[in-house]
Design a binder for this molecule. Structure first.
Ligand code: DAT
Ligand code: MG
Length: 150
């Protein structure tokens, strides 16, 4: 079982696509361990996208992610990190496969709707940035599990 950080970015919120995108993840079978609504502040944006500091698109990227509220989620499931990356599609929506979120709903790399952690190290780092450990629900405590039982 893994956890990964998903962000429904400002364009997802503004275009009214949050429910649709969340449905894709729910239908795939991910469990929601945490979810919140927030406006990402500049400092948090810099931390979250630290690996991109110095790249030509960095300033634009920070302006985009801080422009309006987002929905941040911790999703879990078997191989959740790679599975969520496949569900969202390639970074540039122009190359994303039909059936992926970006491949079905986006066309521009600078407006690609959704973030998903790209590795175990990134997932752990990013989850810590957005959630306190005690904010994340421990599904093992559910005595009558609907999914992933046994
Ligand atoms: P991903 O979001 O698929 O993990 P990334 O980590 O490489 O992609 O980049 C983070 C975000 O930065 C990406 O979602 C959109 C933006 N971005 C990446 N490459 C870009 C480029 N060449 N031009 C403009 N924006 C870019
Ligand atoms: Mg990335």
């Amino acid at each position: 079982m893994e956890r990964t950080l998903i962000i429904l970015k400002p364009d997802a919120v503004q275009r009214g696509l949050c429910g649709t995108i969340l449905s894709r993840f729910e239908q795939r079978g991910f469990r929601i361990a945490g979810m919140k609504w927030l406006k990402v502040q500049e400092v948090l944006a810099h931390e979250h996208y630290a690996e991109h500091k110095g790249k030509p698109f960095f300033k634009e990227l920070v302006a985009y992610i801080t422009s309006a509220p987002v929905i941040v989620m911790a999703l879990e499931g078997p191989s959740a990190i790679a599975a969520a990356r496949a569900t969202i599609g390639t970074t540039n929506p122009r190359d994303a496969s039909p059936g992926s979120i970006r491949g079905d709903f986006a066309l521009e790399v600078g407006r690609n709707l959704v973030h998903a952690s790209d590795s175990l190290a990134s997932a752990e780092r990013e989850l810590r940035l957005f959630f306190a450990k005690e904010d994340l629900f421990d599904w093992d405590r559910v005595t009558d599990p609907w999914v992933f039982s046994g």
